[in-house]
Design a protein around this ligand. Sequence first.
Ligand code: AHR
Length: 590
Amino acid sequence: MTEEINYSYDGGLYAEMVQDRTFLSARSDTENWIPVAMGNARGSVTRDMSTGPSAALPASMKITVEQADKANAFGLRNGGWWGVLVKPETTYTGSVWAKADKEGAGAAVKVSLIANDTGKVLASSTLPALTADWKQYNFTMKTGASGEASSANQILVTVDHPGNVWLQVLSVFPPTYKNRANGNRIDLMEKLAAMHPAFLRFPGGNYLEGNTIPDRFDWKRTIGPLVDRPGHASPWRYHSSDGMGLLEFLEWCEDLKMQPVLAVYAGYSLQQQFVKPGPDLDPYVQDALDEIEYVIGDASTKWGAERVKDGHPAPFALNFVEIGNEDQFDRSKSYDGRYAQFYDAIKKKYPALTLIATTPIKGHVMDMIDDHYYKRAEQFFEDAHHYDKIDRNGPKIFVGEWATREGTPTPNMGAALGDAAWMTGMERNSDLILIASYAPLFVNVNPGGMQWQSDLIGYDANSSYGSPSYYAQVMFSNHVGTETVASDLEGAGDRLFYSVTRDRAKGIVYLKIVNASSKAQDLKISLDGAKDVKPTAKLIRMSAATTAATNSITDPKRVVPVESVAKGVSKEFTRTVPGYSIDVLELGVQ
Ligand code: AHR
């Protein structure tokens, strides 16, 4: 499950290197853009509210240069997202909208990557002569072979002659995953790919709703060229560039072969603003229908054609649509009516879609309901059998947000044990729980980067790491059976959890054992539902001496799964599992 929180996209997955590329904070006293005068250069910068390149971005950064020449340039520097990672022999791709006060006056606008400590120019590009009209300039900057990867760098934009220059949407990208333009960070995408996720729930979470109705995820303002995206305030207390817009979410799904689970805004925002069911809600329902059409419509439809124009001719596959997020918090109790209006309109046009309610509904059919759990490990241990007794005649379950919240900024081994215990319960009940997604995925670990503690994957500008909870996800999601297997386990003391599933086509039984107690436990396991169990199995184990053991940006692999061979397995066998351990056994069967 993903949303813009903890600098998940801006300053995270979305690979843009410039912080505040639309110059929202373009005052001389702000963090992101600092004026730089070299030698005897003189000038000033202001946010010019009277000119911009588009209706979405009607303002711009005005650089007024009073005195400058080739050796004494004036401009601005940007520190990126807690640093600017520059690597040797790498091509950086940039673009900027710009204009000058007279034709040709901006001939020497230069963008450079500069090492903070030495002042060395690592790469640069000089724009062609600017015109007096707004125009987009694309450029590349290539670094040399020497030097090492470092984030102690800045992005510098300079002008070397007197006059006025206006800038907007100054963007610089490193190479991205699958070389997508406007794409994603490679290391983070690789970490996600290793989880083999089946789907992605987006765009929230609270981020879908926004604090107020105008601050919702208004998808139509997140598509098309970047210059047509105004960005918006995220409820997580920072501005979202919306570079990660609806199409980018979908392409992210495509790149990792995930299904989108699309949440549509359903007329409720976090500060208790809601739209009354009935005619007032109609435009929002229409927006959701348009959004679905953008995702799955062909070129003959209005919004399908818009997606084609945006560069993605093929429709995406879509099976699940969620109506809102956590609507139990709407104190007006308007969700029953809002849900019914959305449900009926979407079902009428797209009967094959599974529609998800965010809280129980009175008087209307529910295909599926989204349950959320944020708990301590001990609570998950106690609740691991939660779904064993739930009525099978009700709606199917989507556990759309869940996590053991222990450890900051990322969860520790204790949290991984809580997660794994909970996952055994979800696997056992997978006739009822069709899909489940951990949340939140990401955190930028720099000071001020985190708004929500305990996030699966941590990073800074240089590198990223998976928490023990991340590895628990990798272990479980890479070993998913297609059915549960009759089994029995003797000898289990406190805090011992297990599940047995089988993939018949592959001839594999997956036995997962979670020992969340500090002591080793001797177990007798009977795989009643399996035949001809081969005597050796692949064992993947993650364990630690304490529940506080964890990974971090400086020690990224302290707690990781280790692979070995387990001997002496059969239909009935005994095993000793160490304290604080998660085991996945891959058993060969007929
Ligand atoms: O995952 C963090 C937040 O928790 C989500 O935005 C919200 O849906 C839930 O309350």
